[in-house]
Design a protein around this ligand. Structure first.
Ligand code: FAD
Ligand code: EPU
Length: 335
């Protein structure tokens, strides 16, 4: 059923109050096909948990809320298991289910808000793991032709917070399921410094995937605002990847600038650090601002407009360019 004039405040974690001209929920590919057969030529937006979107205006089209559920083991041997998961499943529920079943691989990605279907969109990542590390393939509905296409890991062209669906195939496909490969030997990744510290602090010698998940949940809860309490969409900007000369220039004034090796001899800088050094951390402008514990996160304290948050992000980008010669790129999808 296609509803009209629906408020989206509850459908985006920034809690921005905008209206959608039309709104429909789909629970299967058949459902989706039927809804799309009835639509007019206006634009479409596929919505999962709305945790990586900033609405700056009413949406004059059809919002399609993905509710395709399902968790199916499609292959299993002594060590590896492949699971095909409905795109409308809640990501963190899927992670918890894997931990219960002792399927290792996604525990570092605990507590990331949103849906399974959005996980390949920007190749979600946290604490040393990205979705591409466990991704086998996805199934997607081509909006133009109604045909289903399978995309392999390679075909998704994953990069840091990037995939083909944010570039050449933007707005062309609706992801309906994702297949991941997990291991049953309990192999873990505790390379990220903060995880190691948390595990050591708790005196754990042989961490299980549950220990890793608990550590990640604890670290995340200490710095990232809970969207149920304060509107936000996680990191607003990407961490910039720059040439070594840019790092050297910054090091001339700030010896201890955090930096990490990236591909092609480049380095990744911590945008949160740059924004904090520039004096933005914790800054509040009326009903919105920069989070006090994590400068990479812009927040809506009550009824901010998307355009106000967008304007703040532009001010930050301009200031960081001026102070450090680094241009920040937004991670959040602006609509
Ligand atoms: P939405 O916001 O609903 O959609 C995002 C984009 O994907 C939109 O363009 C939408 O049209 C498109 N899309 C969604 N579903 C589909 C589909 N099925 N088919 C086609 N297109 C689709 N991200 C990280 O990578 N790492 C983190 O550590 C992290 N931490 C976060 C912490 C907080 C507190 C918050 C609020 C966000 C965080 N994020 C993080 C960002 C966000 O959780 C992820 O990007 C998540 O994958 C978004 O899922 P979603 O279902 O909410 O997507
Ligand atoms: N830092 C500061 N000040 C701040 C924030 C960070 O100095 O206000 C410094 C930290 O001290 C540390 C460095 O920046 O030296 C990195 O900080 P942190 O480990 O918190 O991670 P991040 O780079 O800020 C990234 C991701 C997060 C992900 C975490 C953990 C991006 C854009 N963000 O944040 O992803 O959860 O690492 O892996 O890559 C998201 O994408 O929405 C998101 C939350």
């Amino acid at each position: 059923m296609i509803l009209t004039n629906i408020n989206l405040k509850e459908h985006n974690t920034f809690g921005i109050s905008v209206n959608s001209a039309r709104f429909a929920t789909f629970t299967s590919v058949d459902d989706l096909t039927q809804i799309l057969a009835k639509r007019d030529s206006s634009k479409l937006l596929v919505l999962g948990g709305g945790s990586n979107i900033l609405f700056t205006q009413d949406f004059d089209g059809l919002v399609l809320k993905n509710e395709i559920k399902g968790f199916e083991i499609i292959h299993q041997d002594n060590d590896l298991v492949q699971v095909k998961v409905g795109a409308g499943e809640v990501w963190h529920d899927f992670v918890l289910k894997c931990i219960d079943l002792r399927f290792a691989g996604v525990e570092n990605l605990s507590l990331i808000p949103g849906s399974v279907g959005a996980s390949p969109m920007q190749n979600i990542g946290a604490y040393g793991v990205e979705i591409k590390d466990v991704f086998i393939e996805l199934q997607a509905y081509h909006i133009g032709s109604g045909k289903i296409r399978i995309f392999s890991n390679e075909e998704c062209q994953f990069g840091y917070r990037e995939s083909v669906f944010k570039r050449e195939f933007k707005d062309q496909y609706i992801i309906t399921s994702v297949t991941y490969e997990l291991n049953m030997s309990g192999r873990i990744n505790s390379s990220y410094g903060a995880i190691q510290q948390e595990i050591e602090k708790n005196g754990i010698n042989h961490p299980t995937i549950k220990d890793i998940s608990d550590a990640v949940i604890k670290i995340r809860s200490s710095k990232l605002p809970n969207p149920k309490e304060i509107g936000n969409a996680g990191s607003f900007f990407k961490n910039p990847i720059v040439d070594k000369e840019v790092l050297s220039n910054i090091q001339a004034s700030f010896e201890k600038v955090p930096n990490y090796p990236a591909a092609d001899g480049k380095v990744k800088l911590a945008a949160g650090w740059l924004i904090e050094q520039a004096g933005w951390k914790g800054k509040t402008i009326g009903n919105h601002g920069v989070h006090k514990n994590q400068a990479l996160v812009l927040v809506n304290y009550s009824d901010a407009l998307g355009n106000e948050i967008l304007a703040l992000s532009t001010q930050i980008i301009d200031d960081i360019t001026e102070k450090f010669g680094v241009t920040l790129e937004r991670e959040v999808n602006i609509l």
